[in-house]
Design a binder for this molecule. Structure first.
Ligand code: NDP
Length: 400
């Protein structure tokens, strides 16, 4: 069917690449390009011979638009799947525009020097992408990603109007370390140490970090504490789900994680303000990343399950209705299949599916779009087929 250029070769990319290789009919050819090309070569070595997908590799600094343009011109992909870091979103979008190539990512742009993530920077490309006749699919991971697809599906099939969405992200996995993050530590810590916020009655309500705590009993995991966080899909869902009154996002954290995080914050280790150390400027959070376990190394150690989904409340045929859509994923099963833990798996699989939707033309809408703006049905079908089957219930316990 076609060719994808995948940028980045970390935890999430590794899963997406395994999945592309399982799906050779669609991904006849992939080029894996990243800053450290040896990682791309090692993955190619592992996978070729097990797949019909032709794999090539390349070195690229995705902060440099010129390098990206040259690479895209050489590889001539049908789509670019951005699985590097949020800092590279805009340079990669610029290169896609210059070469008229479709673009897919899993996380919205964040400037490196400000811990602030919002869609405005990427939405500013809407007209340019439309004029160029190319599609940008934003946020094709799990959250954002599947949570947006779940919302579009619920609106299409279950409700006349959705009024409340609670997104619950539970990781019941245990990796045995006192403190480690399940995806890129720098991005993860920036996210969880930021102020919380939720959308209510047409505006944002801001909270202190981890101020709002709830307990929830998750199927497959059990009782967990979860905390309200700001999360990027709230911003797009607030625009794209008509009649919405409130959207909240909760993520579970264990006590050990929170105690370590507080301590690291208190001593200044999570700061992104540069400091001088022995004559060299360093950023404390980047130094912390260097001493923490690499999320990719957690795979063989992590046991337990994730349970991520959305609880919807709204109206159907004039009556109140509640609906919960969720996925349960097992860390050890993921490791057996693709050598990664479930957090990378639940992001990498939807990334492959998003690239497939755009490449096969099932989703073709020139412009810059969030995932809930597309027809959810083929994506929901693909989730069942490619390793993230979903479950539903009409009688969930609600979050107060
Ligand atoms: P990793 O740190 O494991 O991988 C990032 C990769 O990007 C590495 O291969 C890195 O190269 C490469 N990279 C970084 N900077 C550059 C650059 N300038 N040029 C080229 N390559 C570069 O991160 P993860 O795999 O954990 O996360 C990937 C993305 O997925 C992030 O944007 C994250 O926010 C997102 N994510 C989304 C989720 C969702 O549900 N939507 C959930 C989890 C993550 P090198 O090897 O040299 O460091």
């Amino acid at each position: 069917m076609g060719k994808a250029l995948i940028i980045g070769c970390g935890g999430v990319a590794s899963v997406a690449i395994h999945k592309c290789c399982q799906n050779s009919e669609v991904f006849e050819e992939i080029c894996i390009a990243s800053r450290t090309v040896s990682k791309c070569d090692a993955l190619k070595e592992k996978l070729q011979g097990t797949t019909k997908t032709k794999i090539t590799t390349a070195q690229v600094n995705a902060d440099k638009v010129d390098e990206l343009i040259a690479l895209i011109k050489e590889v001539k992909p049908d789509v670019v799947l951005n699985l590097a870091l949020p800092y590279q979103d805009l340079t990669i979008m610029d290169a896609c525009l210059a070469t008229k190539t479709h673009y897919i990512d899993t996380a919205n742009y964040e400037p490196e020097d400000t811990a602030k993530f919002e869609y405005s920077w990427q939405w500013a490309y809407r007209e340019k992408f439309e004029e160029a006749g190319i599609t940008a699919l934003l946020g094709s991971g799990f959250d954002p990603g599947v949570t947006g697809v779940f919302s579009a599906y619920a609106l299409k099939h279950e409700f006349d109007e959705i009024n409340y969405i609670d997104i619950l992200d539970c990781n019941g996995g245990d990796h045995g370390y006192p403190f480690a993050t399940n995806f890129n530590p720098e991005i993860n810590i920036r996210e969880v140490s930021a102020k919380g916020s939720y959308w209510e009655d047409g505006h944002w309500v801001e909270t202190e970090p981890m101020e709002i705590r709830r307990e929830y009993n998750f199927e497959g995991v059990g009782e967990k504490d979860m905390y309200l966080l700001h999360h990027e899909e709230i911003e797009s869902l607030a625009l794209n789900i008509p009649g919405i009154k409130r959207i909240r996002f909760f993520m579970t954290f264990g006590q050990s994680y929170l105690t370590h995080l507080k301590c690291l914050e208190n001593v200044g280790m999570t700061s992104i303000e540069p400091i001088m150390y022995e004559g060299k400027e360093i950023i404390p959070l980047q130094f912390l990343k260097a001493v923490l376990p690499d999320p990719a190394s957690l795979g063989p150690r992590t046991k337990g399950k994730t349970n991520i989904g959305c609880i919807f409340q709204g109206k159907k045929d004039g009556k109140d209705k509640t609906y919960y859509l969720y996925n349960i994923c097992d860390h050890e099963e993921c490791y057996k299949e693709v050598g990664s833990q479930a957090v990378a798996y639940t992001t990498g699989v939807p990334a492959m599916i998003g690239a497939m939707m755009v490449m096969t033309g099932k989703w073709n809408k020139p412009g810059v779009h969030n995932i809930e703006e597309f027809d959810p049905d083929p994506f929901m079908e693909a989730l069942n087929k490619w390793g993230l089957p979903w479950k539903e219930t009409y009688t969930p316990v609600l979050v107060d």
